[in-house]
Design a protein around this ligand. Structure first.
Ligand SMILES: [Zn+2]
Length: 90
């Protein structure tokens, strides 16, 4: 039962990730919120939590921004699948 619940949550999670990304692109265009440069390659585009989940941030559009992978890694609050699962289980 538990495994079934988890895979459902993960599917939802993939959808949410995609949804948030497209909403942010619609809103501000594909621009990195950290360095301010356009994100040309979508493979390089990640979601950054403005307030990290570990600090009580939520995965909602208002708390997410787009950034380059390398900018996000430098900042260290990029979308963490594990943390997101924890958020779902809260
Ligand atoms: Zn950047």
């Amino acid at each position: 039962m538990k495994r079934q619940k988890l895979s459902k949550a993960l599917r939802k999670h993939q959808k949410t990730k995609h949804f948030i990304k497209s909403q942010l692109i619609n809103k501000n265009g594909a621009v990195c919120a950290i360095c301010g440069q356009p994100i040309k390659d979508m493979k390089d585009c990640t979601i950054d939590h403005i307030r990290p989940i570990s600090k009580g941030g939520l995965t909602i559009i208002e708390n997410c921004q787009l950034s380059h992978k390398k900018c996000n890694q430098a900042k260290g609050s990029y979308w963490d699948d594990k943390e997101y699962e924890e958020e779902l289980n809260r």
